[in-house]
Ligand binder design. Structure first.
Ligand SMILES: Cc1cc2nc3c(=O)[nH]c(=O)nc-3n(C[C@H](O)[C@H](O)[C@H](O)COP(=O)(O)OP(=O)(O)OC[C@H]3O[C@@H](n4cnc5c(N)ncnc54)[C@H](O)[C@@H]3O)c2cc1C
Length: 375
């Protein structure tokens, strides 16, 4: 059997791989997803699911345009996936309070209000403690106030991966539960992928292995600077009223999910590929949780999860053809924002494979060659 340039093998069944498979299949590519465990069984299935295009690394510069593009696409994609698969990914608008407890934090928040307030489609303002507690009665009486952000979104990540996978399958994608171990090559062409037990031919290969994409650097001889950054989340049950808003403080957050369970996170741990939960993380998340919403002291721990974000060397995503290769692509490195940015990453990948260039806003900031030394 000859393998044509429309036969795409995607290594990795996280959200980036599965959504890319859906879009490629829709454009007539024949896609196989190789997944070592099961789809969505790592970060993509256990993320919090916040879709906030205005906060975090790379914002506002250089990624604001890209981030807004991604957010806009989530709104239409949620409907599209529902129509195609019947799965509701749970997209909703979820307003947020970013709390400030001291004068420095308040000053930073007020500065952020200045630029965030000018972004179309979002209403951002500073509210004092009384106003914050009117908006969300559980918020700590100790905070000075908060940045109040209206219209960021949220969804349920596991359902999102399942919907993307099912939509990809509807377009003919095959999911193969096997671990990739290397690449088959002929000069600068990648002709397939070696598996733990066997091989698969390919016309195009995509490395979408989350933090494990690091391992493919050896396969292709090009450094893909991505590493794991562990994050843990607590799921809690409380007799108190559900939180109306999402509440953030520094890198931590808490929100009541649609099923009534409270999710509180998170940690940033550089501990290699260890995905185990720890008591230290539980204690530090509880400390931030109670700082934000002290009235929920009686909340009972239901579940603790841990998984690994794919963090690139500069914290921004990487989507590109791999330097020196004709038909090998990479899509990874989205760190704390991979659910939000997955829409843009998958569209950029589709454009690069189908047309050689992408018109997604800000796609030029995702290039792999930004890490190459300049003389
Ligand atoms: C605690 C936590 C909370 C988060 N909250 C949010 C949030 O609120 N909003 C947001 O936007 N983002 C959030 N994120 C980030 C987001 O989850 C990730 O950036 C995103 O899921 C990464 O997706 P991915 O497809 O690149 O990687 P992954 O989900 O890691 O998927 C990669 C897949 O590749 C497979 N694989 C690896 N090696 C091989 C191999 N050799 N062969 C076959 N398969 C292989 C793995 O098994 C895995 O399933 C959060 C992350 C964490 C950890």
């Amino acid at each position: 059997m000859t393998t044509g340039s429309r036969d795409v093998v995607i290594i990795g069944g996280g959200i980036v791989g599965c959504l890319s498979a859906y879009l490629l299949g829709r454009r007539g590519f024949k896609v196989t997803i190789l997944e070592a465990d099961s789809v969505g069984s790592h970060a993509s299935g256990f993320a919090f699911g916040g879709l906030d295009p205005l906060t975090g690394v790379g914002l506002p510069e250089p990624l604001l345009e890209f981030s807004l593009w991604c957010y806009g696409r989530h709104r239409s994609l949620a409907r599209e996936l529902h129509e195609v698969t019947g799965i509701n990914v749970g997209f909703e608008l979820r307003d947020r309070l970013h709390l400030a407890f001291d004068a420095n934090e308040a000053q930073t928040a007020k500065k952020d209000v200045a630029w965030m307030g000018s972004v179309g489609g979002f209403r951002v303002e500073w509210v004092d403690n009384r106003q914050a507690r009117e908006l969300e009665p559980q918020v700590s009486p100790e905070c000075l106030g908060a940045l109040y952000e209206r219209s960021p979104g949220a969804l349920e990540p596991y359902r999102f991966v399942l919907a993307a996978t099912r939509a990809a399958e509807r377009n003919g994608a095959k999911i193969v539960q096997r671990r990739a171990t290397g690449l088959l090559t002929d000069g600068t062409r990648c002709t397939g992928v070696t598996l733990e037990n066997g091989r698969i031919d390919a016309g195009v290969v995509v490395l979408a292995m989350g933090p494990w994409t690091q391992q493919a650097s050896e396969w292709c001889g090009v450094d893909i600077p991505v590493k794991p950054l562990k994050g843990q989340i607590l799921r809690l049950r409380s007799r108190e009223k559900p939180l109306v808003l999402a509440v953030n403080y520094k890198g931590s957050y808490v929100a009541t999910k649609p099923d009534g369970i409270i999710w509180a996170g998170t940690t940033e741990e550089e501990v290699g590929f260890n995905e185990g939960i720890t008591a230290a993380a539980r204690d530090s998340i509880m400390e931030d949780f109670l700082k934000m919403v002290p009235g929920m002291r009686e909340a009972e721990l239901v579940q603790q999860t841990a998984c690994l974000r794919p963090l690139s060397a500069d914290g921004l995503p990487i989507v590109d053809k791999v330097t020196g290769w004709d038909n090998l692509y990479v899509a990874t490195g989205a760190g704390r924002k991979g659910i939000l940015w997955s829409t843009g990453m998958a569209h950029v990948l589709l454009d690069l494979i189908a047309d050689g260039e992408s018109e997604v806003s800000g796609a030029e900031h995702l290039r792999l060659d930004r890490f190459e030394p300049t003389d």
